[in-house]
Design a protein around this ligand. Structure first.
Ligand code: BEZ
Ligand code: FE
Length: 298
């Protein structure tokens, strides 16, 4: 094959040095600048990767089979493609990139963490002080509460929605488990005029990510366990503020140092304290939330 394009960056390669630039140069004039840049870069990295590791047809076909397997396993209740990215650390890296500017400031806005595949948009709106726990009798009920504040003024933020979801004590989210009622362990709360929110949930427990598909196969190939440290998911939103998607992690969990999807950040590790005198709960978690105003220079 002949081309006038510059040689690929791996100039000492034993393989056709002009092939990659020829493929990239096939991009047409109407491709958007972003598509040209991102997909061009993807082609370059994939080709360099294949040359560097001398990937064979059998190995590449194995990877294609795993992608197709992930596609076949995915539906509205299961996102295996996302899970494969998660066990390879990609969603956590993308989360870091997306929120880099916020993370670089020294101000203590609530840190972000990955969404994960088990969020549902249609969680029920519930009044403060109510419980998201239904039909679970082997967990430690926790009273979780706090104040949502404006990061800049430190004033309470009224009307923020706090969308919360967590797995049950058997390690399953309700959409994975026919034994749980619809929307179990999910709820959407709203901060009151003092910025306060409060609800009852479970002290979370660690669980394995689904490992009966290609993500599990990858973990096995890489000699890794599938467990995530105990956590609760939150999305906090209010008009005029940057939404926060995050997770909070139990400080006593054994998997904090080796989360199978690499999502733990120090500032998201919290203590579920023992309490007495609350008829409904045996643990308490006070969790303040700081929202960054969209035009706030903090
Ligand atoms: C989760 O926390 O729900 C989760 C995140 C990534 C992969 C699998 C599960
Ligand atoms: Fe989770």
């Amino acid at each position: 094959m002949s081309t006038s394009n510059p040689p690929s960056v791996i100039s000492d390669s034993r393989f056709d040095p002009s092939f990659t630039s020829h493929v990239i140069a096939a991009t047409g004039p109407n491709a958007s600048p972003r598509a040209r840049k991102v997909i061009g870069s993807l082609i370059q990295h994939m080709h360099d990767f294949a040359r560097e590791n001398e990937i064979t047809i059998a190995e590449w076909m194995g990877a294609v089979d795993m992608m197709n397997w992930a596609g076949r396993m995915s539906d509205e209740k299961r996102n295996e493609g996302q899970l494969v990215c998660d066990v390879l650390g990609l969603e956590s890296l993308i989360d870091e990139i997306t929120f880099k500017l916020a993370a670089e400031t020294s101000s203590p806005a609530t840190a972000s963490a990955i969404l994960g595949p088990f969020f549902r948009h249609d969680a029920p709106e519930l009044p403060n002080e109510s419980s998201i726990v239904h039909g679970v009798d082997d967990g430690e009920i926790t009273y979780m509460h706090g104040i949502v504040r404006d990061l800049k003024t430190q004033k309470p933020v009224e009307g923020a929605t706090i969308d919360v979801w967590q797995a049950s004590t058997n390690g399953l989210y309700e959409q994975q488990d026919e034994g749980q009622v619809e929307h179990n362990l999910r709820g959407k709360f709203r901060s009151d005029r003092d910025g306060r929110y409060a609800f009852y949930c479970l002290r979370p427990t660690s669980y394995p990510v689904p490992n009966d598909g290609p993500a599990g196969k990858l973990l096995e190939i890489l000699d890794r366990h599938p467990y995530r440290p105990a956590h609760i998911h939150l999305i906090v939103q209010r008009e005029g503020y940057k939404p926060v998607t995050t997770q909070i992690f139990d400080s006593e969990d054994q998997y904090l140092e080796n989360d199978s999807v690499f999502a733990v950040k120090d500032s998201l590790v919290v203590e579920f304290k023992k309490i007495e005198g609350n008829e409904k709960a045996v643990r308490e978690l006070e969790y303040p939330i700081h929202l960054r105003p969209v035009d706030g220079k903090v």
